[in-house]
Write a protein that binds this ligand. Structure first.
Ligand SMILES: [Fe+2]
Length: 246
């Protein structure tokens, strides 16, 4: 009798529209993401159930807050990989970093040690949410001259771009790839951020998408059926996060 209701019901989507996540804070105990291995494992199980099979963990490196190094990052990565093996979670986890474009970053860039890249020479960068970065053009030039390809994390979250969406094209002109947070599309960070994220997708300016998952609340929002439907609708047929294409 109610067959017509079943027929008209949209099929429920149970996975994210990508199988690779290139931005997350799942490494235990080294930034404002997962505080310990047990929490990290819960987050990994959560994204695995959402279809993620490769994840690049990107802990913050911020000069006056999280002075992570390849040693702190790889130690946490190995702890998490061991725990995943114990739990028999068949997910590929690598690690890079999310570099705040501060003086500490410039010192690292100008030093002899290589930066931690997402894939090949691509590095994930972020700006302060409070104020635009001074001399961003120059910094982008220096990053590229050093042989790296910069990715700007969540450009839609910077309020100083909300009155001027042309800034997004300017970032690309400087050489940045743009990475949109999936959660930005859900309203999680507020309406102006959602509007900016939708603009980036609708105008083909988004090169990558990421979960930027820090904790359980982020995971729950990603798992939400409405969110999953929204991601599918807004990302359309374009393939995101094929890292070999970077
Ligand atoms: Fe992040």
């Amino acid at each position: 009798m109610f067959d017509f209701l079943k027929r008209n019901k949209k099929p429920e989507i149970e996975v994210l529209p990508v199988t690779t996540d290139m931005h997350s804070h799942i490494l235990p105990g080294i930034d404002d993401g997962a505080p310990d291995v047990a929490t990290a494992i819960d987050l990994v199980k959560g994204i695995y159930a959402l279809g993620i099979r490769k994840t690049v963990a990107t802990p913050h490196i911020i000069g006056d807050l999280y002075r992570n190094t390849p040693i702190t990052i790889n130690t946490a990565l190995n702890e998490l990989k061991e725990a995943c093996a114990d739990e028999k979670i068949d997910i590929e986890i690598t690690a890079a970093a999310e570099y705040m474009l501060d003086d500490h970053f410039l010192q690292l860039l100008r030093s002899d040690s290589p930066l931690l890249s997402i894939h090949k020479n691509s590095i994930l960068t972020e700006q302060s949410f409070a104020t635009p970065t001074d001399n961003l053009h120059h910094i982008a030039f220096e990053i590229i001259a050093a042989g790296y390809r910069p990715i700007m994390a969540h450009p839609e979250r910077y309020h100083f771009y909300h009155q001027n969406f042309d800034a997004f094209s300017h970032l690309r002109d400087m050489g940045f790839l743009l990475q949109v947070n999936l959660l930005s599309l859900t309203g999680y960070y507020g309406k102006p951020v959602t509007k900016a994220a939708k603009y980036l997708l609708a105008n083909g300016l988004a090169d990558l998408v990421g979960t930027d998952m820090h904790h359980e609340r982020h995971l729950q929002m990603l798992q939400n059926a409405k969110s999953l439907m929204l991601f599918k609708d807004l990302l359309g047929d374009k393939k995101f996060n094929e890292l070999d294409d970077l």
